[in-house]
Design a protein around this ligand. Structure first.
Ligand SMILES: [Zn+2]
Length: 258
């Protein structure tokens, strides 16, 4: 059964309870990371995700909190003995940033390293980046300080859809990608250019007709969390949750009870 697991739910400023935002899509046959923060192999193994099933990474943009885990991810997969190619899907600027970092770390000198294939994502709504027996994954360019994509995952088994906004201010491209999404995982960094407040995330969930809103990418004191939720609920009638590190979202339909 496919599921999406939040590996980190915090903004660029991580704190004691929230790592930087990234997540993994775990399927029966394959698993896909979306963005890459700290200690990915530690977290994946702690969660029971088979490293042999991990075949790709989608990077939404090249801000440090979204890509700093890539070097240790690739190092770890190589040390784990991976032979098969590993695939990285990302905007062109993110591909350039990752290859620069890896070149600086002299990855060409890692003997027997698995091949890493980079795939540049087209900056248009509905670009299909991955089509596998289990998932169809499409993207859309969103409004942030650098070229950034939102990511939509559809489970072929259930047709359930989850959209992750990445970092963005409200924009039409995200609304189109996320139209009718079962779950919208939306950033709520706050009132800053290139970002969204939780109220704006709520308004986007309403605009898309989302089934559920999950707020992510926030830094907040415990005493402020209810306020974040209430501001979103004032804009959106559906259920609103605050993402937690290691929260699990199954991509199946609730059983009919029959
Ligand atoms: Zn960013």
């Amino acid at each position: 059964m496919a599921r999406l697991i939040i590996l980190g739910s915090g903004a660029a400023l991580a704190d004691a309870s929230r790592d930087n935002t990234y997540m993994v899509l775990q399927g029966r046959e394959s698993s896909i990371l979306i963005d890459c923060g700290g200690s990915p192999l530690h977290k994946l193994q702690a969660l029971g995700v088979d490293l042999n099933s991990l075949d790709s990474l989608i990077v939404t943009h090249h801000h440090p909190d979204h890509i700093y885990g890539v070097p240790v991810l690739l190092l770890g997969l190589w040390l784990y003995g991976r032979q098969e190619p590993f695939h990285i899907f990302a905007p062109q600027r993110s591909v350039a940033a990752i290859t620069s970092i890896m070149d600086a770390l002299e990855w060409q000198d890692w003997p027997g390293r698995m091949p890493v294939a980079f795939h540049e994502v087209e900056m248009r709504v509905g670009h299909r980046v991955i089509e596998s027996p289990e998932f169809e994954i499409t993207t859309a360019p969103v409004e942030h300080h650098v070229p950034t994509i939102a990511v939509k995952v559809m489970s072929r088994e259930s047709s359930k859809t989850v959209v992750y906004s990445s970092d963005t201010e409200p924009c039409g491209a995200l609304a189109r990608l996320a139209q009718g999404a079962d779950i919208l995982i939306h950033e709520s960094t706050g009132d800053y250019a290139g970002h969204s407040t939780s109220a704006q995330a709520g308004a986007m969930a309403r605009r898309c007709g989302a089934g559920k809103l999950v707020l992510i990418h926030f830094t907040a004191l415990d005493s402020e969390l209810e306020g974040l939720r209430r501001a979103a609920e004032a804009e959106f009638d559906g259920p609103v949750e605050l993402a937690e590190d290691f929260a699990v979202y199954p991509l199946q339909r609730p059983s009919s009870g029959a």
